[in-house]
Design a binder for this molecule. Structure first.
Ligand code: HEM
Length: 136
């Protein structure tokens, strides 16, 4: 990952610490407005957990391996709920719109776009393996 991307993600830490949960809460509102069929995949409000995950990523950009256990847990949760690769772009679109509404700077949004897709690729690979295990 580019140093500039890392710096921009780190610059977003104060905002994520103070308003991360409001941001992800708005993200889910947009996601469900645009994709009502996704609503019943969720058992409860996931805003706090998603905000926590984004903040943990921002804090650990130099050593994402420390988040291995969290990522395993997220992938398991996703497989249990039936999350599919095509859902990731819908979530990004909603997160992008929420960030724009919250007045996040363009260059910080661009940096998050890169990191989000890195996380998505990582999770999609884990989830593919878990689905393959379940289908054996
Ligand atoms: C990089 C992207 C994503 C991250 C970082 C992320 C993060 C998380 C986290 C931290 C949890 C809670 C895990 C736990 O402790 O059990 C979770 C659960 C979940 N996520 Fe994601 N997620 C992402 C993408 C998605 C996508 C694309 C969907 C599809 C709609 C999705 C749907 C869900 C669902 C349905 C749950 C379970 C919630 C429940 O049981 O109520 N996530 N995710």
């Amino acid at each position: 990952m580019d140093e500039q991307v890392k710096l921009r993600i780190k610059r977003s830490i104060p905002f994520l610490s103070s308003s991360g949960e409001e941001l992800t809460s708005r993200m889910y509102e947009i996601l469900f407005e645009e994709n009502p069929e996704l609503r019943n995949m969720f058992e409860g409000d996931n805003s706090k957990k998603l905000a926590g995950a984004l903040l943990a990523v921002a804090h650990n950009l130099e050593r994402l391996d420390v988040l291995e256990t969290s990522f395993k847990k997220i992938a398991l949760s996703h497989v249990r709920a039936g999350v599919k690769p095509e859902h990731y772009e819908k979530v990004w679109k909603a997160l992008y719109k929420a960030m724009v509404e919250f007045g996040v700077e363009d260059e910080i949004i661009e940096a998050w776009k890169e990191v989000y897709h890195l996380l998505a690729d990582n999770l999609i690979k884990r989830e593919e393996k878990l689905y393959a295990c379940l289908n054996q």
